[in-house]
Ligand binder design. Structure first.
Ligand SMILES: Cc1cc2nc3c(=O)[nH]c(=O)nc-3n(C[C@H](O)[C@H](O)[C@H](O)COP(=O)(O)O)c2cc1C
Ligand SMILES: CC(C)CC(=O)C(=O)O
Length: 343
């Protein structure tokens, strides 16, 4: 097991095996899940020398947020499966690390309560066929202080999570509910992933909120181009951590074509398989403006609550700064594709 798998192994030891699998698992044969990490392992760095890199400056500007490092917490559902304090602990850890947390629409804590932690927030949205309800959710997120909406576009249907099927895991344990799915009437809605969703959803969302809108789950450069044409404020290259289309390209392999298509018009983020500072450096060098991390944050949360989340984010930023210095880069903008090779 590589060192980067160690937090996952330790989280497995402390979690109910069914809940661990619900968080760790991917779709189908999990080839995309493992492919995301493998794509980083295949890359090698070709550092520059004698550039006087100085102390790295990782500061990064993203829609609605100025960050000390180009690392964002990806939206992941169900944090109370990982730790009893759930998303509140995550928010506290993110706030302590001066990071940015993307709250999942399927969080097990209300967005208003997560906002109380003082963490900078984005809000992830699945547009529901009930547009009035969806607009209410967006309004709640905006009122709670979220600084952007991250529209997930890779889920016209749900991925088949084989580990959940094996465990017959279909419902959250008693007492855990997705509080952001509660309407004004107090009634909880089930999530609908909408197979009819099209690009008009972006225009609709734009008409509902003044917040920046990013789309998450783009792999094809033609979709990246369409996203920019539809006025989005950012594109997240993602295959949902290998939980949707099994067999989808590793995000790192998809990144360069998306970066070319976007051509600097809006920020491009990448998630999937980022496990170390070197991984983050590779993604930035291949054109990402920031990376998102999903499971590593869940493992930090499972092991040590808010402190664990903070440690994951601080360690990643420190390791990225260290790797940048060794590669001869002062700022993320100094990281260019020529630094990365597949030997
Ligand atoms: C347990 C779990 C729950 C997730 N829930 C959501 C979600 O609610 N909305 C969403 O857009 N993506 C969700 N994702 C995908 C993540 O946002 C992200 O794309 C992925 O985890 C990144 O890969 P990584 O875990 O390898 O870092 C989830 C991923 C996991 C592992
Ligand atoms: C409830 C799910 C749709 C949340 C999700 O996106 C996931 O588990 O990957």
């Amino acid at each position: 097991m590589t060192p980067s798998r160690e937090p996952e192994r330790r989280a497995r030891d402390v979690l109910d095996p069914v809940h661990f699998d619900a968080l760790a698992g991917g779709a189908g044969s999990e080839r995309t899940l493992t492919g995301n990490e493998d794509a980083f392992v295949r890359r090698r760095l070709r550092p520059r020398v004698l550039r006087g890199p100085g102390t790295p400056d990782l500061s990064t500007h993203l829609p609605g947020a100025r960050l000390a490092a180009p690392v964002v917490v990806a939206p992941t559902a169900f944090h109370r499966l990982a730790h009893r304090a759930g998303e509140v602990a995550t928010g506290e850890g993110v706030a302590a690390a001066h990071g940015l947390l993307t709250v999942s629409m399927m969080a097990t804590t209300a967005v208003e309560d997560i906002a109380e932690t003082g963490a900078a927030l984005w809000f992830q949205l699945y547009v529901q066929p009930d547009r009035a309800f969806t607009a209410d959710v967006v309004a709640r997120a905006e009122a709670a202080g979220c600084r952007a909406i991250v529209l997930t576009v890779d889920s016209p249907v749900r991925g088949r999570h084989v580990r959940d099927e094996r465990h017959r895991f279909t419902d959250l344990p008693a007492g855990l509910v997705c509080e952001n799915m509660r309407g004004r009437d107090g009634r909880l809605r089930d999530l609908v992933v909408d197979p009819d969703l099209g690009w008009d959803a972006v225009a609709w969302l734009r008409g509902t909120t003044s917040l920046p809108v990013l789309v998450k789950g783009v792999l094809h450069p033609a979709d990246a181009r369409l996203a920019v044409e539809h006025g989005v404020d950012g594109v997240v290259v993602s295959n949902h951590g290998g939980r949707q289309l099994d067999g989808a390209l590793a995000t790192l392999d998809a990144l360069p074509a998306v970066v070319d298509a976007v051509a600097g018009r809006v920020p491009v983020l990448l998630d999937g398989g980022v496990r170390s500072g070197v991984d983050a450096l590779v993604a930035l060098a291949l054109g990402a403006d920031a990376v998102m991390v999903g499971r590593p944050v869940l493992w930090g949360l499972a092991l040590s609550g808010a402190d664990g989340v903070r440690a994951v984010l601080d360690d990643l930023a420190d390791a990225l700064a260290h790797a940048m210095a060794l590669a001869g880069a002062h700022r993320p903008a100094d990281l260019t594709p020529d630094l990365v090779v597949v030997p």
